[in-house]
Design a protein around this ligand. Structure first.
Ligand SMILES: Cc1cc2nc3c(=O)[nH]c(=O)nc-3n(C[C@H](O)[C@H](O)[C@H](O)COP(=O)(O)OP(=O)(O)OC[C@H]3O[C@@H](n4cnc5c(N)ncnc54)[C@H](O)[C@@H]3O)c2cc1C
Length: 467
C-alpha cells in the first residue's frame, strides 16, 4: 500500500480532532497543527485560578486544594442524541461510562415566586415520554400544560421541520404558548441549546435539536453530564489515537497563510516555516477561516462567495462563573435552572470530584457583559443567596468569558452556513458553524469533522492516490 501525502488539519478543536482521527482510522497520514499550547479549542480544560478578590474576605478562608484542580473553559452538557460524538469516543477507546453520567431528561426550574417547575421524561416510548413529561409537569397551570402538549403534537405532525425559518419567539407565539411556559421552559432551553436570544434564534435549528432528541429513542433525550474535564473527555484520547495510527499533532503552530496556486491548495505558511500539502482542512472557527481565506477572495473568484457567507456569521458569548463553596454545599442535583435572573443554570461539579464547586452559566449577550468580573460575581452570588438562603459566601471565584463562544444562531442562518467543500481544490472546511443544521455544539463540530474526513477519503480513493 502506498501512503498518500499527509492531509494537514488546521485546528485541534473537536472538529479538527475528529477529522484527524477519522483519516488516521482509514490509514491516511495526517498532520494536525494547533495554534494554542493545548488541544480542545472552545471545549478545553483550564486550570482553576481564584481570580476575583473580594474585599473583607480572609485568605485563610480558602482551601488550598482548589489550586491544583482543572475546570473547563465553560460548563458543557451533552445529549443522548449526540450519536456522532458518542461514536467518536468509542473509536478512540473512551467508554461512555468513564467520562459521562447519563441521566433521564429532568429539568428543575427555580422561580423567585417559589413556584418551581419540574419536568421529567416518562417511561413511555419516544415521543410519548415527552408528552408524559409535559402533562405531569409540576408548577404549571393545567391549561399551559395542555397548550405545551398541543405544541409538541403539532411539531410531530410537521416532522420538526419548517418550510420557512422564523424566530423561536415567533414560533412559540404562533402556537399560542403563554408567557409563563415560554419563560420557564422554552426560552431557557432555546438559549441553552442555541446560545441565541429567543427573539432572534432560528426556530428551524431549535426544532432540529428537539426532533433529534425527542422523537426516535427515549435515550436520545437523556442528559449526559461530564464526569471528567474536557481534555480527558476526548482530546487526550484523540491525540493518542492519531499518533498510534501514524499521524502527528503539533501544538503552538499558528498557520498564517494559505498557499494557493491555480485554484489549488499547495501548502501553508507558519511564522518561521512553510509546509507543502495537497489536502488541507481548515478546522478553525468561522472567523479564523475567514481570516485565512480573505486574501484569496479577490484572486480566486468563487472564494469571494464563501468569504461573503462567512462574513454574515456573527458571534455570541458565554460566561461561566465558578464559585467554590465549602465541600458540604450541594445542589442535590447535577443542574438547576434559574428563571428571571442573570444566572441561568447552576451545575454542581461534585460529579467531577469537586465538591462545593458550582459552575454558573450565562449564555448569550446581555447586560451582564457590561459588568466587570467583580460586579458580575457579586450579582450571581446575590441571586444564589435568594434561591439558596442557607449557603455561606463563596470561598473562591473564577470568571471565564468566552466572547466568541458560538456563532449567532439567528433565523435564516442555515442559508449561509458553508459546507465542507470549498472552491479551492484540496481545501476543506470543518467546524461547528458548517451546514450541519445543528447549533454550535460538540455534536455539530464532530459531525462536520467526520463528514469532512469522509469526503476527503472519497476524493483520495477516486484519484487512486491510495492503492
Ligand atoms: C463556554 C462554552 C460553553 C459551551 N457549552 C456547550 C455545551 O454545553 N454543549 C455543547 O455541545 N457545546 C457547547 N459549546 C460549544 C462547543 O464547545 C463548540 O461548538 C465546539 O467546541 C466547537 O469546536 P470546533 O472544533 O468547531 O471549533 P474550535 O473549538 O474553535 O476549534 C478551532 C481550533 O482551531 C485553532 N486555530 C484557529 N486558528 C488557527 C490557526 N490559524 N492555526 C492553527 N490553529 C488555529 C483554535 O485554537 C482552536 O483550537 C460551548 C462553547 C463554549 C465556548
Amino acid at each position: 500500500m502506498t501512503k498518500t501525502r499527509p492531509v494537514t488539519v488546521v485546528g485541534g478543536g473537536w472538529a479538527g480532532l475528529t477529522t484527524a482521527v477519522e483519516l488516521a482510522r482509514h490509514d491516511i497520514p495526517v498532520l494536525l497543527l494547533e495554534s494554542a499550547k493545548q488541544l480542545g479549542g472552545r471545549a478545553r480544560r483550564v486550570p482553576f485560578e481564584n481570580n476575583i478578590a473580594v474585599e473583607g474576605q480572609q485568605e485563610e478562608d480558602s482551601g488550598d486544594y482548589i489550586d491544583k484542580i482543572s475546570v473547563d473553559n465553560g460548563q458543557h452538557l451533552l445529549l443522548g442524541a449526540y450519536d456522532s460524538t458518542l461514536a467518536m469516543l468509542r473509536t478512540v477507546g473512551i467508554s461512555e461510562e468513564s467520562v459521562l453520567r447519563r441521566e433521564k431528561l429532568a429539568l428543575n426550574m427555580r422561580r423567585r415566586n417559589g413556584r418551581d417547575v419540574t419536568i421529567s421524561a416518562g417511561r413511555l416510548p419516544a415521543p410519548l415520554h415527552i408528552a408524559q413529561a409535559l402533562l405531569f409537569a409540576s408548577g404549571l397551570a393545567v391549561s399551559d400544560r395542555i397548550k405545551a402538549l398541543r405544541f409538541c403534537r403539532a411539531l410531530l405532525k410537521i416532522n420538526f421541520t419548517l418550510r420557512d425559518d422564523e424566530s423561536c419567539l415567533h414560533l412559540f407565539r404562533r402556537f399560542q404558548l403563554t408567557n409563563d411556559v415560554i419563560k420557564t421552559i422554552w426560552e431557557p432551553l432555546c438559549i441553552a441549546a442555541l446560545n441565541t436570544p429567543v427573539e432572534t434564534a432560528s426556530a428551524s435549528v431549535f426544532l432540529r435539536i428537539l426532533g433529534e432528541a425527542f422523537t426516535n429513542r427515549r435515550s436520545e433525550s437523556d442528559l449526559l453530564f461530564l464526569k471528567v474535564d474536557l481534555g480527558k473527555a476526548f482530546p487526550d484520547g484523540a491525540v493518542n489515537y492519531i499518533e498510534k495510527y501514524g499521524g502527528s499533532v503539533r501544538l503552538g503552530q499558528r498557520v498564517t497563510e494559505l498557499v494557493i496556486e491555480n485554484r489549488q491548495i499547495k501548502g501553508l505558511k507558519l511564522p518561521n516555516s512553510e509546509i507543502e500539502s495537497e489536502f488541507v482542512v481548515l478546522a478553525t472557527s468561522y472567523f479564523a477561516a475567514h481570516k485565512l481565506l480573505a486574501p484569496h477572495a479577490a484572486l480566486v473568484e468563487p472564494t469571494q462567495q464563501l468569504t461573503q457567507q462567512l462574513t454574515k456569521l456573527k458571534s455570541q458569548p458565554i460566561v461561566t462563573v465558578y464559585l467554590q463553596y465549602p465541600e458540604h454545599i450541594t445542589l442535590n442535583a447535577n443542574m438547576v435552572g434559574l428563571v428571571g435572573t442573570t444566572s441561568q443554570w447552576i451545575f454542581d461539579r461534585r460529579i467531577h470530584g469537586q465538591p462545593g464547586l458550582m459552575a454558573v452559566v450565562i449564555s448569550s449577550n446581555g447586560t451582564h457583559m457590561k459588568l466587570d468580573n467583580k460586579a458580575l460575581c457579586a450579582q450571581v452570588e446575590s441571586e444564589i443567596g435568594q434561591f439558596f438562603p442557607g449557603w455561606p459566601k463563596a470561598i473562591q471565584r473564577m470568571v471565564i468569558r468566552e466572547k466568541r463562544a458560538t456563532f449567532d444562531c439567528v433565523a435564516g442562518c442555515n442559508s449561509y452556513r458553508p459546507g465542507n467543500y470549498t472552491p479551492i481544490q484540496g481545501l476543506w472546511l470543518a467546524g461547528d458553524y458548517t451546514d450541519t443544521g445543528l447549533p454550535a455544539t460538540l455534536e455539530s463540530a464532530v459531525r462536520s469533522g467526520k463528514r469532512c474526513a469522509q469526503a476527503i477519503i472519497r476524493t483520495i480513493h477516486q484519484s487512486g492516490d491510495l492503492s
